[in-house]
Ligand binder design. Structure first.
Ligand code: GLN
Length: 563
């Protein structure tokens, strides 16, 4: 029978609940237990696919093509599981399901209510995940903060599950914040007390409380929280802001939280986090650093590129290296020029995106990378701008563009190909999820993967226009990955360039800390090589400790997400 761990949040949002859930998953898995994991999102959108990155950060795409919350990315990276649509449930999905059941007469004339109809559907989805995965333990994150109106049906549902499955099979973990008062130099527990009171008012008594804080949580504070919140002192865990999110499972384990949870669930195996711990040690002791520019539209909001940052970090680790990110707003390149903004970078990434804004700046970045021989990795939109650049400057098609950005251009080298999904509505028109890609022998892509065929995750509408494929290939833009029947270009790479490659898919979603994605690994490797050669556009080998790390390390040091 499946057991459940429910994780709620209190006091404020953005505490890094997703990282804690991912860490719990890793800690359980390290005890030889199979783990399922899911996020309950109390907002009314059906999925985050149509939400702005400003609202939501990155949309994480699972193998089955679901557009999900970015916390699922943390889960996949930490627990190394392949998730599906079943792992992200929103209030929007639940309510539309209830209403369509009601319209279809499924409730036989009954009055439809939050309890039991909405809560039953939530429970059904939780049990469904348990059935689908057959996991020993399912870890469930409840999005938002205790006290949110939208969250109530979800909290009510997880409260009921304790009775449905038995007390020994359901555990509750509450994550809170201990604010620090500078004037008196103390951490305060009152907001935690209030948040636990609110949770108990709903009928949930937490088994453990994890306290996020920017300062050490000493035993006196833990005793106080234990007393007021009725939780054993060994189950009050301090979680200070750490230098890397990957250190969180180790920090929690160190304080006995893994053992506490294991005992609570009757798991007797001891944990083995040695490989994970080695990985974190290596992360903390880079031999050099490499500077990569990310040229995008939402660079003031790194959460929009979370998986890209992580994939770069994993790739750098494989080269004993630390990555420093220069965040370059594509529109700034349009005004200030690529040379000025990109000359510090040893590699350039143009990540995915939608809409016209900043496109010319991204094309200029691709132009700069091609002309200067700087390693370039284009992710989806980044491949499309690379193709546009090539068509404009190598084929001489001055107005080359994508039909997404200039429907009037004569040369739509990126286009919505006939026979694909109907264009028009905002939902349901994208190529989503895993599609196979055959690799061209001898290409950089084939060498990186060391495979003939791969499956990669997609999220886009437009494709390289096959009408231009021959001309582009003859001019040196190799189609190094295609759909197995050859009908679509999946990877383009520039011939005789150290590394200039774009993918129509999103390799960043498949990267793991201990298994970097091959294309990211080769890209960062190429950037490191340019450092070694001391090429003009690179900085000399940097002493990482002495470097004036800019925003990206702050992003990664910070636990969690900006909501
Ligand atoms: N806007 C482009 C398309 O829809 C690229 C999408 C992306 O980068 N994910 O094809």
């Amino acid at each position: 029978m499946t057991q459940y761990v429910f994780v709620t949040g209190g006091v404020v949002s953005s505490l890094g609940k997703g990282i804690v859930v991912a860490s719990i998953g890793r800690m359980l898995k390290s005890r030889g237990v199979s783990v399922g994991v899911m996020k309950l999102d109390p907002y009314l959108n059906v999925d985050p696919g149509t939400m702005s990155p400003y609202q939501h950060g990155e949309v994480y795409v699972t193998g089955d093509g679901s557009e999900t919350d970015l916390d699922l990315g943390h889960y996949e990276r930490f627990i190394d599981v392949e998730l599906t649509a079943a792992s992200n449930v929103t209030a929007g999905q639940i309510y539309s399901d209830v209403i369509s059941r009601e319209r279809n007469g499924r409730y036989l004339g009954g009055t439809i209510q939050t309890v039991p109809h909405v809560t039953n559907l939530i429970k059904e989805r939780i049990h469904q995940l348990a059935d689908e995965t057959g996991a020993d333990v399912v870890v469930v994150e409840v999005g938002g903060t205790v006290g949110d109106i939208e969250g109530l049906p979800f909290l009510e549902a997880i409260r009921q599950i304790r009775n449905d499955v038995g007390r020994d099979n359901a555990s509750y973990v509450h994550l809170t914040l201990l604010p620090y008062l500078g004037s008196t130099h103390e951490l305060k527990t009152k907001p935690t007390q209030h948040s636990v009171q609110a949770l108990r008012g709903i009928g949930i008594q937490p088994d453990a409380i994890i306290c996020r804080s920017d300062h050490e949580v000493n035993v006196g504070l833990r005793e106080k929280i234990s007393l007021y919140c009725d939780v054993p002192v060994e189950a009050v865990i301090g979680l200070e802001t750490l230098d890397s999110v990957y250190a969180v499972p180790l920090r929690l384990e160190e304080q006995g939280f893994g053992d506490f949870l294991a005992e609570r669930l009757g798991i007797t195996n001891s944990p083995d986090l040695s490989a994970w711990s080695d990985m974190v040690d290596k992360l903390r002791d880079p031999k050099r650093s490499v500077r990569i520019a990310i040229v995008g539209k939402y660079v003031e909001l790194p959460d929009a590129y979370l998986s890209v940052i992580e994939a770069l970090r994993h790739a750098a680790l494989a080269h004993d290296c630390e990555v420093k990110i220069d965040w370059i707003k594509a529109e700034d390149i349009e005004e200030e020029g690529a040379d000025h903004l990109l000359n510090r970078a040893s590699g350039i990434v143009v990540p995915g995106g939608f809409g016209e804004r900043g496109i010319e700046g991204m094309i200029a970045a691709a132009h700069y990378a091609r002309e200067r021989g700087v390693p370039y990795l284009g992710l989806c939109l980044g491949m499309q701008v690379m193709v546009i650049e090539y068509a404009r400057f190598v084929l001489g098609l001055e107005d080359a563009n994508s039909s997404e950005f200039d429907p009037g251009s004569e040369n739509q080298v990126i286009a919505y190909l006939p026979g694909q999904r109907e264009l028009g509505a905002t939902g349901g028109t994208m190529r989503l999820g895993l599609y196979p890609c055959a690799l061209k022998p001898g290409s950089i892509a084939a060498r990186a993967y060391d495979r003939d065929l791969v499956n990669e995750r997609h999220r886009h509408r437009y494709e390289l226009n096959n009408d231009y494929r021959d001309r582009l290939e003859k001019a040196g833009l190799i189609s190094s990955g295609t759909a197995p029947d050859g009908s679509l270009v999946e990877i383009s790479e520039v011939k005789d360039h150290l590394f200039m490659l774009g993918t129509q898919f999103h390799p960043e979603f498949a990267s793991r800390p201990d298994r970097p994605h091959p294309l990211f690994r080769e890209f960062v490797g190429a950037a490191v090589d340019t450092l070694r050669e001391g090429a003009q556009h690179t900085m000399p080998l940097e002493d990482s400790a002495a470097d004036d790390a800019s925003s990206p390390s702050d992003v990664v040091a910070r636990l969690g997400i900006s909501r």
